[in-house]
Design a protein around this ligand. Structure first.
Ligand code: NAD
Ligand code: DAU
Length: 362
């Protein structure tokens, strides 16, 4: 039995689905179901006794203590977080609450559980903390990619809160001996990605005939990894990662944002051409830049390859095609997540500006 937190979100749900497709070890899935958590993503597991879903907060110590005592997991994988940089800029408190305080409380619950285990189970136990490359800050065009030796220089409220959580995890290992490993991954993309993030937002807006908002000059660089490859890396680190170590995870796919948007448009032009015969590129609209926008991220994933033999299975070309095809085939999933809190927030952020620029509903 393993305990997954945040397993109704984008990466966590992909992880749970892949895990149970590959082996029969049961999963307890603790997720608060914030706007980003979607039980519909896990619909294929309904009635599957290997998956126990619990709605709750990683910061609810009583609940987490009970789950640990009841299910006695051999490992905890912590995906739960507030994950969207733009939201962190406009409302940082939830990020401190979940990513910092929540991780602290989770660590304390796990420490209590782990301390009381018999020696053999104590030695085998793992706490894997899922983090981000954004903790390393921003690179210039000529800097080498981030290694695990890079200094932490987080720039956004999101990355600062993730950096704080990474430091807590590190300290719980050094001070209390908790058997932890941390992964720092680059930008993921793939099925079930919430359409507030760049790639799914561009696909969904393009199909809806709306503007494709590109921040600033669109030349910011991100390093893209297909989500299933991130999941395989986490499984590898869970089984073989050295205690107290951090492992960078990335796909060697550095691309400027505008190239990503153009690629999405070209795939849609091929797979679902616009009725008027024009390219979806017509919908691209440059908008005000994100405050404090990091210019470039790039991951050096050689440690993970050298120590644990991990390599991504997808190239960007294969992964992005699969992703666009998935969104074309899953319009209902998209429609369902576009209601409620998410919609209100997006409207507030972009629609006023785009309407003013005469681009809304382009
Ligand atoms: P997401 O926003 O899609 O999902 C987060 C999930 O956590 C949601 O299901 C949400 O309901 C749940 N959650 C939030 N607060 C919670 C709380 N207090 N208690 C329990 N559950 C809570 O995020 P994601 O993109 O799947 O990211 C998962 C993890 O991976 C995060 O820790 C994120 O920082 C990290 N990460 C993401 C990326 C990426 O590109 N998406 C890259 C590197 C690292
Ligand atoms: O690097 C890993 C991180 O990647 C994760 O830790 C975060 O959880 C995840 O959200 C992601 O952060 P980014 O800020 O890089 O992702 P996002 O999809 O929000 O933006 C990707 C790039 O695209 C970024 O440079 C901002 C730009 N962008 C984004 C949106 C939503 C746009 O130009 N227009 C947009 O509408």
């Amino acid at each position: 039995m393993i305990l997954i937190t945040g397993g109704a979100g984008f990466i966590g749900a992909n992880f749970v689905l892949d895990w149970l497709a590959q082996n029969d070890e049961p999963v307890v899935n603790l997720d608060k179901l914030t706007y980003a958590g979607n039980p519909e993503t896990l619909a294929s597991l309904e009635g599957d006794g290997r998956h126990v879903f619990v709605q709750g907060d990683i910061g609810d110590s009583k609940l987490v203590d009970r789950l640990l005592a009841e299910h006695k997991p051999r490992a905890v994988v912590n995906f739960a977080a507030e994950s969207h940089v733009d939201r962190s800029i406009h409302g940082p408190e939830d990020f401190v609450e979940t990513n910092v305080l929540g991780t602290f409380r989770l660590l304390e619950s796990v420490r209590g559980h782990w301390s009381a285990l018999p020696a053999d189970q104590k030695a085998a136990f793992r706490f894997l903390h899922v983090s981000t490359d954004e903790v390393y800050g921003s690179l210039s065009a000529t800097d080498p990619a981030f290694t695990e030796e890079n200094k932490y220089e987080p720039n956004s409220p999101y990355s600062a809160s993730k950096a704080a959580s990474d430091h807590l995890v590190r300290a719980w290992h050094h001070t209390y001996g908790l058997p932890v490993v941390t992964t720092n991954c680059s930008n993921n993309y793939g099925p079930f990605h919430f359409p507030e993030k760049l790639i799914p937002l561009m696909i969904v807006n393009a199909l809806a005939g709306k503007a494709l908002p590109v921040y600033g000059d669109g030349m910011q660089v991100r390093d893209w990894l297909y989500v299933k490859d991130h999941c395989s890396a986490i499984r590898r680190v869970l089984e073989g990662g050295r205690l107290g170590e951090t492992y960078n995870v990335g796909g060697w796919n550095e691309k400027p944002n505008i190239e990503i948007v153009n690629t999405v448009c070209a795939l849609l032009d091929e797979l679902r051409p616009r009725a008027d015969g024009k390219s979806y590129r017509e919908q691209i609209s440059y908008v005000t830049d994100r405050p404090g926008h990091d210019r470039r991220y790039a991951i050096d994933a050689r440690k993970l390859e050298r120590e644990l033999g991990w390599k991504p299975a997808e190239t960007f070309d294969t992964g992005i095609r699969k992703t666009v095809e998935w969104y074309l085939a899953n319009g209902e999933w998209v429609a369902n997540v576009q209601s409620g809190a998410y919609r209100e927030w997006v409207e507030k952020q972009y629609d006023a500006e785009l309407a003013a620029a005469g681009k809304a509903g382009a």
